[in-house]
Design a protein. Structure first.
Length: 141
């Protein structure tokens, strides 16, 4: 691992809450690492486990799923669905020897821009400590 390693993070953000927080963090010029590429989804519950697994298998260092706080979902129970899916996915990742701590699920409302910036900062630092995703090294040509 090189000292200048910068992890790549794919973020699936709920359009109603976490995406709004990310947008507000940017507009407010909050400082946080630019490591997270954002994919805007209608609801965290719409994030299929294969959407999370594929980037990890392709060598992305981490995946962040952000949604509304439980009980505040615009689609009533989407965030509960997301939580069940991610718990199951983490069990699968763990059983096949992949690091399940590279997948984070966070509840961040639209009014919590600071929390979004803090989450991306914490995830970036945690992934720097872990180093490259081993799958990235396997697929490197």
């Amino acid at each position: 691992m090189t000292s200048d390693f910068e992890p790549r993070i794919i973020s699936f953000l709920c359009t109603w809450c976490t995406y709004t927080a990310a947008d507000t963090a940017g507009i407010s010029r909050m400082r946080y690492p630019p490591n997270a590429d954002i994919i805007r989804v209608m609801c965290s519950g719409s994030v299929d486990p294969t959407y999370v697994l594929r980037p990890l298998l392709d060598g992305v260092d981490g995946v962040l799923i952000g949604g509304c706080h439980p009980g505040d979902c615009h689609y009533q129970s989407g965030n509960y669905k997301a939580r069940r899916r991610i718990v199951a996915l983490k069990m699968i990742l763990d059983s096949v020897g992949l690091d399940d701590e590279r997948v984070w699920l966070r509840w961040i409302s639209g009014a919590e821009a600071g929390r979004y910036a803090e989450t991306v900062t914490q995830m970036t630092e945690a992934l720097k400590e872990k180093g490259l995703n081993p799958m990235r090294q396997k697929w490197a040509v």
